[in-house]
Write a protein that binds this ligand. Structure first.
Ligand code: SF4
Ligand code: SF4
Length: 343
């Protein structure tokens, strides 16, 4: 609702301890299970035991929190949940848009069910357009399967979900930005977003593998070539924005501790993350790395969840510029970039 967005933005601007608005977006973790083992995944400990959100938990999220949009993502692959299509249908009955963030290595059956249920958007993780390199990054994954699923979506009659490819920038795909744009165009995907990898909680071994001795000039050239290619093909990208703010990537990858980007974060006022067991946090990073919960959807009232002591303390921390270590290291997403909308 427009009123919630305006009120949420005002609360975020003034760093209030309470909010009166519903969250604009709720990030729901339907499962902690995933068939892949990606190089950059920091959720592997959660995947050791695959858990699945109960239907009643999801229904309470929609009824209690009343978001505009739910994005299914978290420590696992959403399409592994056998009832994902039911969740999407339930949300659609309340006019809540569903977006799935996915590796899209699923079979056509679950995908078709989600499309039939009214899926509004798919954000597909593709970090290389070379099948061999893709398999090295998204271990146990298959780029051919992703391509087949995208072609399946394109071939279906009727309304289509909005599609984007999401790519993290790491050593392994440095020269592949243009190839990813080509791949998007070939398979009917209208937009591609490249991202600095989230380094919060990244261990040294992973850091060494993914971003040590990073070739920044090489990345700049690769992005510039991809931008020209995207303009030729009519594919939308965020590349110009990344190039304009290139030092952000340099600072994040070089661990420049003097720069904290948390001042731009609006999530504690406009966004919630709900884990598979119903625990609620402002965002996935805080849930994953601190275990902080502002309540549980099964046990607490709407007001306790939106304005309980834990989340009020986090908001107060932002106001007083005394944020958690996770927030200091975080490159917070902008809500507009997390949840694309129909309108
Ligand atoms: S697809 Fe996502 S959840 Fe699965 S291993 Fe890769 S990063 Fe982790
Ligand atoms: S971890 Fe990042 S996204 Fe989450 S509240 Fe802190 S700064 Fe915002």
């Amino acid at each position: 609702m427009l009123g919630d967005r305006i009120m949420g933005a005002l609360h975020a601007f003034f760093r209030t301890e309470r909010v009166w608005n519903s969250p604009l977006a709720v990030n729901v973790e339907p499962t902690t299970g995933c068939g892949l083992s990606c190089a950059m995944c920091f959720c592997k400990k959660d995947q050791a035991a695959s858990r699945f959100m109960e239907e009643r938990v999801f229904q309470l999220i929609i009824k209690k929190l009343k978001p505009d949009v739910v994005e299914f993502s978290g420590a696992g692959e959403p399409f592994q949940h056998p009832d994902l299509a039911e969740f999407i249908k339930y949300a659609d009955n309340f006019s809540v848009d569903s977006i799935v963030q996915t590796n899209l290595n699923c079979g056509a059956g679950p995908l078709a069910a989600a499309l039939d249920a009214g899926l509004a958007g798919l954000k597909v993780s593709v970090d290389s357009a070379d099948p061999g390199r893709y398999a090295l990054i998204r271990r146990k994954g298959s780029l051919d399967q992703v391509a087949a699923n995208l072609d399946f979506i394109r071939s279906r009659p009727g309304p289509k979900p909005r599609l984007s490819l999401e790519s993290v920038l790491i050593n392994q795909n440095m020269g592949d930005c243009g190839g990813i744009v080509d791949f998007a165009h070939r398979h009917g995907v209208a937009s591609v977003n490249f991202h600095a990898i989230q380094t919060v909680g990244m261990n040294e071994e992973t850091r060494k593998e993914l971003i040590d001795d990073f070739n920044f000039p090489g990345l700049r050239l690769s992005l510039a070539a991809a931008l020209a290619r995207a303009q030729d093909l009519g594919v939308q990208t965020n590349i110009q924005k990344l190039l304009d703010d290139f030092n952000t990537i340099v600072d994040i990858y070089n661990r420049n501790e003097n720069i904290s980007r948390s001042a731009s974060c609006t999530l504690p006022w406009m966004h919630l993350f709900v884990a598979v067991d119903g625990n609620v946090s402002p965002c996935f990073s805080l849930h994953c790395h601190t275990g902080v919960a502002s309540g549980n959807i099964l046990e607490n009232s709407r007001d306790q969840i939106l304005n309980g002591p834990a989340i009020a303390c986090i908001r107060r921390g932002f106001r007083n510029k005394r944020v958690a270590k996770v927030c200091k290291e975080c490159n917070p997403p902008q809500l507009s970039s997390i949840f694309f909308r129909k309108d």
